[in-house]
Design a protein around this ligand. Structure first.
Ligand code: TYM
Length: 342
């Protein structure tokens, strides 16, 4: 297969998305959102999306979807995304995502889609009853990214396979039509907390869909709730090690240290130099204090913003217009390449 053009041939542009299905978690914040904010200060145009069309691949109560989309927008802004510097919008207001996704449904192969582990996890044992949208989800995700010719996509570790598929779709499209049109997008999976684990089970990802609220920290949790969740977080009986190697077989300990490092903008080694030898009875209060100091200002700002939904809706529709200005010509060119009369 011919290679897609190097992403350096394109305008450096970041795209990423978060689903408005339930509230934002600490995993979303540390794995993705915190990096979205710093990328605004780097040499990229930044485009960030509330992916409501992805959310409905599993059932969403309509009123809750509306509220979750606005709350997520508030979460982006409260975390430091500036709508004057980044394009911030919800996916369904930019129909070009769905238009390109259809083309990609016809490029992606059934065999590729069947290998997607997230579909297998989400569909569970009852895959026959999963929506067609859930199966096609990664092709829509590729369209989200490539409809902006995005060169870089910051995400948590769990999205890696979807980004590989995005590159496969770009490569096959370019090859089949004999063009160098879509870039090979680079994943940006960086930092100490690319995979934040459940506070109750160090082998499971922290997730908004976990039935136990004690398993996660929500960005809307108050200080007492955050402290209680950290106090009750599962650990082992040993003291913390002084070097990262000592965390290898200790998933719960590793998770709490990773969270600390990511919140404090420190490396894991630097954290362990400070806390090595301490028991969890000393480390947990330190972590609580740090988490509350970093997260409380965000949750307070989110509450303030959510109280003004009209302002949020204005930001989203302005962002959608800016997004369409980029996406429309790319879809038009795609249609020309495919041979659609327009
Ligand atoms: P979603 O909504 O599940 O999660 C949003 C972002 O948060 C990251 N994340 C985590 N990172 C570390 N530890 C965790 N426990 C954790 N949980 C979630 C995710 O990796 C993600 O970066 N398919 C995507 C949404 C999407 C998208 C896109 C992303 C749709 N189109 C295009 C990038 C580009 C998803 O379900 O993310």
């Amino acid at each position: 297969m011919s290679e897609a053009p190097a992403s350096t041939a394109f305008t450096p542009r970041v795209f990423s998305g978060i689903q408005p299905s339930g509230g934002l978690t600490l995993g979303n914040y540390l794995g993705a959102l915190k990096r979205f904010v710093t990328m605004q200060d780097e040499a990229y145009q930044t485009v960030y999306c509330m992916v409501d069309m992805h959310a409905i691949t599993v059932w969403q109560d309509p009123a809750k979807l509306t509220a979750a989309t606005r709350e997520l927008c508030a979460g982006f802004i409260a975390s430091g995304i500036d709508p004057e510097r980044s394009i911030l919008f919800n996916q369904s207001q930019v129909p070009e995502h769905a238009q390109l996704a259809w083309i990609f449904n016809c490029v992606a192969r059934m065999g590729w889609m069947k290998r997607m582990t997230q579909f297998k996890d989400k569909a569970g044992k009852n895959a026959e009853n999963a929506s067609l949208g859930l199966f096609a989800y990664p092709a829509l995700m590729a369209a989200d990214i490539l409809v902006y010719h995005a060169t870089h996509v910051p995400v948590g570790e769990d999205q890696k396979q979807h980004l590989e598929l995005t590159r496969d779709i770009a490569t096959k499209f370019n090859h089949d039509y004999g063009v160098d049109f879509f870039p090979l997008t680079e994943p940006v999976i960086e930092g100490a907390a690319t995979r934040v684990m459940s506070l109750r089970d160090g082998s499971k990802k922290m997730s908004k869909s976990d039935p136990s609220d004690m398993s996660r920290i929500n960005m809307t949790d108050d200080a007492d709730t955050i402290a209680a969740k950290i106090r009750k977080a599962r650990t082992d009986p040993d003291a913390l090690p002084s070097e990262a190697d000592g965390l290898a077989e200790r998933p719960e300990a590793r998770n709490l240290v990773n969270i600390y490092a990511a919140l404090a903008d420190m490396t894991v080694d630097a954290v362990l130099r400070d806390v090595g030898g301490k028991p969890f009875s000393e480390f947990k209060p330190m972590l609580s204090e740090l988490a509350v100091s970093k997260l409380s200002p965000i949750s307070a700002e989110m509450a303030r913003l959510v109280a003004a939904p009209d302002e949020i809706d204005r930001i989203l529709s302005r962002g959608a217009e800016q997004a369409r200005d980029i996406a429309r010509p790319i879809v038009e060119k795609t249609y020309d390449i495919v041979g659609m009369v327009r």
